[in-house]
Design a protein around this ligand. Sequence first.
Ligand code: FAD
Length: 292
Amino acid sequence: MSIDRDILFRLATSTRLERVMRSVPRGQDLAWRAASRYVAGTSVAEAVRLVREFHGQGVAGSIDQFGELVGDPAVARRVADDYVSLATELAHLPEDTWLAIDLSHLGLDVDPARCADNLAAIAQALPEGRRVQVGAEDHVRADAVLSCVLTAAGRGLAGRLGATVQANLHRTPDDARCLLDAGVHIRLVKGAYVEPSDRAYPYGEPTDVAFLRLAHQLAEAKAPFALATHDGVLREALIAAHGPVPVEQLLGVRPDVVTDLVARDVPVRVYVPFGHNWFRYWMRRVAESRGA
Ligand SMILES: Cc1cc2nc3c(=O)[nH]c(=O)nc-3n(C[C@H](O)[C@H](O)[C@H](O)COP(=O)(O)OP(=O)(O)OC[C@H]3O[C@@H](n4cnc5c(N)ncnc54)[C@H](O)[C@@H]3O)c2cc1C
């Protein structure tokens, strides 16, 4: 693991840094100005406006309300209610609009069984043909996240679910097989978390090779999946091998690439997050923009 990546990641996930930034005069405004490239806004209306705009350009959107690591059952219930309303509202949004969520925002750490019920309720509330994409968090939560997704999928909701798999984790080929067998859509990412070396490949070539291997396996298995990466070399090698595999990108990262992909008829989906808890998300993106 490179020291730089470790340090940047720790800064990105530091609540102390966030408190300091928000408390210095104009700190909050300056941070928001820089962060707004990666964030739709603080309200759902701003996210909705953006997905409509993307749809007009031939790009699909996945709306996510920021939040993670909820420890209060009342908050988890409120988040679940918000998502169920949002899922219902998708009926009035372009047909390629999906939702995205991190299960620790939905109370995974408080009550995994209730979290699976909440995920199922959100999936159930979606109009036909839409999905809720579940994010991948650190390796410690990977079993619980997988189990929630498979539980909801087992209730006849697989066609309304998506899961994220991280190429850097050693466990991912097995997880991807379970998700594939269950019929859940797979979003393949490199992995944003700094993980211990006995659980994960380091950032860089070993993770890139794991990404390539997984993507080839998913494509050969005709799995419903997307390449969620801004790494042009990986993306183009995979498209050359398998045709126009769907690509997913984060809002604000390499928008020029989105335009190019659309022009080449490659299906593109952009992750559109909104909400007040944007600080840490922004710091992670800053770290990644430095190649960390
Ligand atoms: C749709 C989507 C969903 C994701 N969901 C998850 C998830 O649930 N769990 C998880 O662990 N990770 C998730 N990730 C993040 C992912 O794991 C990586 O951390 C992140 O995408 C950066 O890796 P990369 O594949 O783009 O490759 P990198 O090698 O990091 O980057 C490739 C190129 O893109 C440029 N780039 C990358 N980030 C930025 C940026 N912020 N600004 C400007 N340029 C940039 C780099 O400079 C480099 O040139 C998601 C990513 C996407 C696209």
